[in-house]
Design a protein around this ligand. Sequence first.
Ligand code: NAD
Length: 307
Amino acid sequence: MQIITEHQIAEILDPEIAFFAVQDVFKSMETEAWNFPVVRESLGFQDALYGFKSGFDPASGALGLKAGGYWPHNADKGLANHQSSIFLFDPETGQCKALLAGNTITALRTAAASAVSIDRLAVANPTTLGLVGTGHQSIFQLEAALRVRAFEQVKIWNRSSRDLTKHQALAESYGVACNEASLEEVVRESQVIITITSCMEALFPSDWVSPGTHIAAMGTDTKGKQELDPALSQRSKRITDEIAQSRTIGEFQHVSADSEILTIGSILQGTATGRTRDDQITVFDGTGVGLQDLACAQAVMKSLGAS
Ligand code: NAD
């Protein structure tokens, strides 16, 4: 069994590899790949959420699981709040092939999902990207989005003031201006908005969002979490990675049960249509599926020459 460290993964996996791995597995989820039910428990210790995400993609042979979760006080200890590890198994024998550190993969595969949604659902020429939340995931989200659209500027909001030096340097490397703004300005003036917070209630009212906006709502991955006003989700075209997760632990747990939700995979496969009008609001609820982790883990193993 091979053990692959965070350091090795950071040297191999980049936003482009993650983008295509995630895009391919979203397509595969429309045909033969499937995720197993998520286990997510509140430990009652360190306020941590812990669980397992797993799945199987017969097309790529990806079989495995990610174990880990969210420790909200880790930042005070100089650690990322998300901590996880990924196991890959041989689908022929069930033998464990590899154990990979999961933090970089989680960040890159989450950002890749958001980028796939922006690539497919945002208007063609958005000028402003809005980023709501500046925690650990946000820099990955920013880079993945900058790769898929030629934005002119980025506006960032966080509930408390944060050092944005890294965000600004990254945006500048893409020739894009990047500034802090009020939440209202970020929401009203952006054609693409990424929300990546651990919020438990709507961050902003529905009527701040302009027609034509695409929102990648990436923070809600647990029952009870929420970033969007249900009125906003209700008046938008709703797209997700996996409907079962979206309705239970994702943003669309907060919409009525009979609301239509499309999968991004069906749009990628061409069996459903994404944006149909320039003034349509689209919301992608990225709940984060195990197969995204496995697809990126497989990509890492492939780069290392493993079969
Ligand atoms: P983090 O702890 O580093 O940052 C949390 C962010 O949320 C900070 O910007 C913080 O200011 C903000 N926040 C918290 N409570 C808020 C509130 N009430 N109002 C406004 N902002 C608030 O976390 P992270 O690793 O950056 O992850 C952010 C979120 O994304 C978490 O909820 C995490 O569980 C989720 N996540 C989702 C996926 C997925 O696949 N969908 C993957 C990884 C992380």
